[in-house]
Design a protein around this ligand. Structure first.
Ligand code: AHR
Length: 507
């Protein structure tokens, strides 16, 4: 057992919690769309082929925004293929995932599905094999009411009202050599600036995300951001960050500290963006769209799953279908804490991805849909993190990691919603062996009571929910949660994630 102290005081505000922090990502990849959220033959499918059980789970997950349709997929995608009469839509080779894209789900169908789940569309345009003209065409098709060829085409295709898409990603991971159309920061920055200006000329209200690095370990990281923002600073609202984590070589202690890497990544990009702004004497601040983040056992994909062969282009193959453990879910909960700790600058984020592909929701064709372990911290944080994020002035002992040096054993953040009278605190205990005894000073909140206290932990760190055992893991009551004299006392089991919800009461 070791001790940790923290303080919740509404005066320690970091920034407002944007609902868009709880976004996700649907790519035309593997079984995310086909045999995932869309399975016309399934007994629970609605008249449009969307699985109702998946819709219910997505709603429960509390997803605000959904980035679509990729990912690597978008860099070879022709959006025109995915609209109009379905029987006339072409089957295309998707080079990113070596699959066949049938285009049976496209912009109209996906927007329809988003209405069912109550989420906002965030569209990515292809700046890999295409450019400014095609991005402009898509914006005209999506956001102009009518009276032009493309907007009238949308109306003829069954959608009278514009899609009114606000968030637009200017390509995907253009720094990555695997990306179709991969280019230098200078070339991409020039294209992104030109495209951004053109899109705004058409619709001044769009919010634009320029591609940052596809990971902080990329050789061009930092310099990529500086050069790209040098071209686009006045044209865009966000720069993207992408990060995936996995346990490597049995280094569980290091894996548990993944959020330290995310903290440093965000802070480096903020520093770089602010440097570009300062050099321009600009008062504008660029926000971060952390639009791909998760645990992903990427080495499994590289070693076992990659599809090859000139005559082998499967439809909706099983790809990137990671099964998540309790350990993975604790890391995901901690990554959410990291995002909240940077709520002043990270105002949009997307858990990659949503269904079947590195996803919190799994489905079986003709069978059930279920929650992975990672579902629980996401759903709970999305529900409870309201109002403003608060720095908690954490005092925690540290431990040594080979990847990140000395890191705190406990990590935490709080949120406070003055109008709703609720405060929440989110914590992780990264210790492999010891319980954490945490004392939270809540005196500054006045009268409060504990509304709920739930944790994710298990004696078996590798316990998971699977097709055969769909409810093996779920949230459990926090072992100790006592409130007295303005102090909240918690016991956090080793390798655990916890959320405590406090309600204001009249004294
Ligand atoms: O989410 C899976 C892939 O990871 C995305 O297509 C790509 O953008 C990233 O490299």
């Amino acid at each position: 057992m070791f001790s940790t102290r923290l303080t919740i005081d509404p005066r320690f505000a970091i920034g407002d919690v944007s609902r868009r922090l709880f976004g996700s990502f649907v790519e035309h990849l593997g079984r995310c769309v086909y045999d995932g959220l869309y399975e016309p033959g399934h007994e629970l499918a609605d008249e449009n082929g969307f699985r109702r059980d998946v819709v219910d789970l997505v709603k429960e997950l509390g997803v605000s925004t959904v980035r679509y349709p990729g990912g690597n997929f978008v860099s070879g995608f022709r959006w025109e293929d995915s609209v109009g009469p379905r029987e006339q839509r072409p089957r295309r080779l998707d080079l990113a995932w070596h699959s066949t894209e049938t285009n049976q789900v496209g912009l109209h169908e996906f927007a329809q599905w988003l209405e069912l789940v109550g989420s906002e569309l965030m569209l990515a345009v292809n700046l890999g094999t295409r450019g400014t003209a095609e991005a402009l065409d898509l914006l005209e098709y999506a956001n102009i009411r009518g009276g032009s060829t493309l907007s009238d085409q949308r109306v003829a295709n069954g959608r009278t009202e514009p899609f009114n898409v606000r968030m637009w990603c200017l390509g995907n991971e253009m720094d990555g050599p695997w990306q179709l159309g991969h280019s230098s920061a200078d070339a991409y920055g020039t294209l992104a600036s030109q495209t951004a200006k053109a899109l705004r000329q058409l619709d001044p209200d769009v919010e634009l995300v320029v591609c940052g690095s596809s990971g902080a370990s990329m050789p061009t990281f930092g310099e990529w951001e500086r050069v790209v923002l040098g071209h686009t600073y006045d044209d865009v609202d966000y720069i993207s960050c992408h990060a995936y984590y996995q346990e490597r070589d049995g280094d569980t202690a290091g894996f548990l500290a993944s959020a330290v890497d995310m903290d440093r990544f965000i802070e480096s990009v903020v520093a770089t963006a602010d440097h570009v702004g300062a050099a321009r004497k600009s008062s504008k601040r660029i926000a971060i769209s952390f639009d791909e983040w998760n645990v992903w056992y990427m080495t499994r994909f590289e070693d076992e799953e990659r599809i090859t062969g000139l005559d082998n282009w499967p439809v909706a193959p099983r790809l990137l279908e990671d099964t998540y453990s309790v350990l993975d879910a604790v890391v995901v909960g901690n990554l959410l804490i990291s995002l909240l700790k940077h709520a002043d600058r990270v105002t949009s984020a997307s858990l990659a991805q949503l269904v079947n592909v590195i996803a919190p929701i799994m489905t079986e064709p003709g069978g059930p849909a279920w929650r992975q372990t990672t579902f629980f911290p996401f759903a709970t944080t999305s529900r409870l993190a309201q109002g403003r994020a608060l720095d908690v002035r954490l005092e925690s002992p540290t431990y040594e990691t080979s990847a990140y040096g000395q890191v705190p054993l406990v990590d935490a953040v709080a949120t406070h919603d003055a109008s709703g009278g609720t405060t929440s605190v989110f914590l992780v205990n990264r210790s492999l062996d010891d319980e954490a005894e945490v004392v939270v000073d809540v005196a500054a909140l006045g009268g409060v009571r504990v509304a709920s206290a739930q944790s994710l932990y298990d004696e078996d760190l590798h316990a998971a929910n699977t097709l055969d055992d769909q409810e093996r893991v779920s949230l459990r009551p926090t072992p100790t949660c006592e409130l007295a004299g303005g102090r909240l006392r918690l016991t956090l089991p080793p390798v655990s994630w916890t959320a405590v919800e406090l309600d204001t009461v009249a004294l």
